[in-house]
Design a protein around this ligand. Structure first.
Ligand code: SF4
Ligand code: SF4
Length: 215
């Protein structure tokens, strides 16, 4: 029978609708009684973005790559006198770091491009406001979200060590062992180069100041 024929049968549409209703009525409800019952979210859910201020070098990569232009950064330069150095060095000091979550589309590009692990996802999502202007989070508020960042995934024992780990291991082994350490890599270790940008998975969020902050 054609579609037109189906429509011609009196009451068929009503019966089809009732069939869907009864089918749905007999299914177990999946409604969650939020906020009385908190949802069980995966740890890597994209709730809000946290800022580890001490890791930020004010490189501006995140603000430049943000498709919504909703990251606002201001900074100034400071002279740092290094004992024994011929001339002083300059250091960027972060004055303002705001994210406007009224514009953010949660694409995660800013977190991906940050070379210094200064930005992190947290599963925290309860920051709704009655005033849209309050969705602009400054660096203090973004820093407060750091306490809700989940710990990084476990280290891959077969993964290639990070540049910092390899350097520390060579220093600990002494100058004579440096060459041997380079050549004695187990065959199971990957030989491809690590990505040049993006957060290192084996580094704890907010773990210490970044040496590259000083320029
Ligand atoms: S998640 Fe995307 S839209 Fe939001 S601040 Fe980062 S880059 Fe911009
Ligand atoms: S990309 Fe990272 S280090 Fe650079 S300004 Fe943004 S948060 Fe700071």
């Amino acid at each position: 029978m054609t579609d037109n024929g189906d429509r011609d049968v009196p009451g068929k549409g009503l019966l089809d609708g009732l069939a869907v209703t009864f089918k749905t009525m007999t299914k177990r409800s999946t409604t969650q009684q939020y906020p009385d019952v908190q949802p069980d979210l995966p740890p890597r859910s994209r709730g809000v973005i946290a800022l580890s201020e001490e890791n930020c070098t004010v490189c501006m990569l995140c603000a430049r790559e943000c498709p919504d232009w909703c990251i606002y950064i201001d900074s100034h330069k400071e002279e740092v006198v290094v004992p024994g150095a011929a001339r002083s060095r300059q250091r960027n000091v972060l004055d303002k770091f705001d994210i406007d979550f009224a514009l953010c589309m949660y694409c995660g590009i800013c977190i991906e491009v940050c070379p210094f692990d200064a930005l992190h996802w947290t599963p925290e999502f309860e920051y709704a406001e009655t005033d849209v202007l309050s969705l602009l989070h400054d660096k203090n508020r973004l820093g407060e979200w750091m306490r809700t960042v989940p710990p990084p995934p476990a280290h891959d024992v077969l993964g290639e060590p990070s540049k910092e780990e390899a350097t520390a291991a060579r220093k600990a082994a002494g100058p004579g062992a440096a060459t041997a350490a380079k050549t004695s890599r187990p065959s199971s270790v990957r030989t491809t180069s690590p990505p040049t940008a993006g957060p290192a998975p084996d580094r704890a969020p907010g773990s210490g100041a970044n040496p590259e902050r000083e320029q």
